[in-house]
Design a protein around this ligand. Structure first.
Ligand code: PGA
Length: 249
């Protein structure tokens, strides 16, 4: 039985005070014995303080990206080793905003993924198609290519210590969620593709859905057999909404 995981991706929102306030409200509302594992990914600069505030809690700390190198002349990058120093456990890689706005290729994403794993961070590998790709029936080609880049670099065994997030680009921040059937179709396709390489890893792999998950659609999405939780953007910035989503998982 796979555990559910719900991760808040705060993106480039808030400020110091708001980040700590949001976290405080989340911790107060989560209570004991939540069924799902929960994580938060604040902007890099707030990781130390958010990490400190998480001391003693089971909420996981994650970064929104991670460098493909350990150290050196890589202006603007933050390495897995640095993130580990501040207690990070998760690292989002390949978010569509990184791929599409900042031009990160699948090869670069795979290198970031491999670095996260090498230093003991759990990568959350984001994959997903644009609206144009879906409408031209290329969803599985695109998602397959994004997945294969990582499999070629790090091998299928790496997925034993990783999480995948299927995030259709057309559903991110648009209020337009994939239907439960649309999401389940892609999740089961991803799982089947991995099962061809390693059935055990495929069976235990957590595949999250992301893209306009809200309190009113979370339970239905999470009830699908191959959806193991969510990567939550906008709704993770409001403690009540995020808590409702966590409690639906
Ligand atoms: P959204 O973002 O929930 O605001 O659609 C999801 C994501 O980008 O991870």
């Amino acid at each position: 039985m796979r555990r559910s995981l719900v991760v808040g991706n705060w993106k480039m929102n808030g400020n110091r005070g708001k980040s700590l306030g949001l976290l405080g409200d989340i911790l107060a509302g989560l209570g004991e014995g939540a069924k799902a594992d929960v994580g938060v990914c604040p902007p890099f600069v707030y990781l130390p303080e958010v990490g400190e505030a998480l001391t003693g809690s089971s909420v996981l700390l994650g970064s929104q990206n991670v460098a493909d190198q350990d150290e050196g002349a890589f202006t603007g990058e933050v390495s897995a080793l640095m993130l580990k120093e501040f207690g990070c456990q998760l690292a989002i890689v390949g978010h569509s905003e990184r791929r599409l706005i900042y031009g990160e290729s699948s090869a670069l994403v795979a290198a970031r993924y491999a670095k996260a794993l090498q230093h003991g961070l759990i990568p959350i590998l984001c994959i997903g198609e644009t609206l144009e790709e879906r409408e031209s029936e290329r969803t599985f080609d695109v998602v397959g290519e994004q997945l294969d880049a990582v499999l070629h670099t790090a091998g299928v065994a790496s997925l034993a210590k990783a999480v995948i997030a299927y995030e259709p680009v057309w559903a991110i921040g648009t209020g337009r969620t994939a239907s439960t059937e649309q999401a389940q179709e892609v999740h089961s396709w991803i799982r089947a593709r991995i099962a061809k390489l390693d059935a055990n890893i495929s069976e235990s792999l957590q595949i999250l859905y992301g893209g306009s998950v809200k309190p009113d659609n979370a339970a239905a999405l999470f009830s699908m057999p191959d959806i193991d939780g969510g990567l939550i953007g906008g709704a993770s910035l409001d403690a009540n909404s995020f808590l409702k989503i966590c409690h639906s998982a």
